[in-house]
Design a protein around this ligand. Structure first.
Ligand SMILES: Nc1ncnc2c1ncn2[C@@H]1O[C@H](COP(=O)(O)OP(=O)(O)O)[C@@H](O)[C@H]1O
Ligand SMILES: N[C@@H](CCC(=O)OP(=O)(O)O)C(=O)O
Length: 291
């Protein structure tokens, strides 16, 4: 067995991110309760192994749209306010569903909603860090999302891949797992290029890997495609966490990865003393705009 994979067993603080498309049935857009249940069981089991666990869950906007039966015309009218209203509805639904399922395992959860200011403002960031630490001491699993109801372009992080890496960096996590609709990183988007090859391990995340995420295709339900996952890998690995991108088709992949089995793409941590999270977050938008 690959010794670097085997070391994943020893991780103490794990952040797991699941995207909107992974939480719903493709055909109907309704919640996939079985997948949610298995996800919750996996997280509770990690917690029972003595690890600190954080879930970053997308899905507020997608579930909110579904709940209020939004027509495409309504979406066109006031896209930002409509999206924010949907997020307000969907976030409450998501939390209700998670709390119900976590309660079956006697697991207490908490909701943490963040914006870019949570990181860039020193007081907000320290408060958020203290809250996470207190929740871990209490044995609670925090469930994190962007505060979509108030976040507009000026203060948004914009996608939960990046958010999950920011959270991992902020709380000193040693492993981040991004659950996606694809097995991991390929040399190119395999949906567009049948010759794309799967990459098992990224030892050093240089330009050649970052270029592989430039294709703009994605599930159409969530945000980002592969490029936001590579931004997440940049933050996580520079902060000293390993990161894995893996397929959410069977969420039992979480314990298989942590047991050291060869699933997904593993990005190895390369802690950089010069990495400054607030500074990185401050420059996030200008970096994206420069492409
Ligand atoms: N180099 C690449 N390797 C793998 N997938 C890629 C790559 N470039 C683009 N993609 C696309 O990114 C998609 C995953 O992004 P997205 O749909 O936003 O995921 P999620 O909703 O799970 O966060 C894949 O389904 C794939 O089509
Ligand atoms: N914060 C948004 C999701 C943003 C996002 O990054 O979505 P996804 O690409 O599905 O992980 C929501 O909850 O709807």
């Amino acid at each position: 067995m690959d010794t670097r994979r085997n070391l994943l067993k020893k991780k103490r603080r794990v952040v797991i991110k699941i995207g909107s498309s992974s939480l719903q049935h493709t055909e109907t857009g309704d919640m996939d309760y079985i997948r949610l249940e298995v996800l919750v069981r996996e997280l509770c089991n990690l917690k029972n192994q003595g690890k600190d666990v954080v879930l970053v869950s997308s899905g507020a906007i997608a579930q909110g749209k579904k709940a209020v039966h939004l027509t495409p015309e309504q979406l066109q009218e006031h896209p930002i306010a409509v999206k924010q209203a949907c997020a307000a509805v969907g976030q409450a639904r998501l939390m209700m569903t998670y709390q119900k399922i976590f309660a079956e395992y006697n697991q207490v959860t908490a909701q943490i909603l963040m914006t870019r200011q949570t990181i860039s403002n020193d007081i907000n960031r320290i408060n958020a860090q203290n809250t996470f630490e207190e929740l871990f001491r209490m044995g609670v699993i925090p469930i994190v999302n962007e505060n979509d109801t108030v976040a507009t372009h000026e203060i948004e992080i914009g996608d939960n891949d990046t958010l999950s890496a920011i959270v991992a960096s902020m709380i000193g996590a040693d492993l981040l797992i991004l659950l996606s609709d694809i097995d991991g990183l390929y040399t190119d988007d395999p949906r567009a290029n049948p010759d794309a090859e799967f990459i098992e391990t990224v030892e050093h995340l240089d330009e050649s890997f970052l270029r592989m995420g430039k294709s703009t295709t994605g599930s159409g339900v969530g945000t980002g495609g592969m490029s936001t996952k590579l931004t997440a890998a940049t933050i996580a690995t520079a902060s000293g966490a390993d990161m894995v991108i893996a397929n959410s088709k069977d969420v039992r992949i979480i314990h298989r990865i942590i047991d050291g089995e060869n699933y997904g793409t593993l990005f190895l941590a390369e802690k950089q003393d010069a990495f400054d999270l607030p500074d990185f977050v401050e420059n996030l938008h200008s970096c994206r705009e420069r492409g």
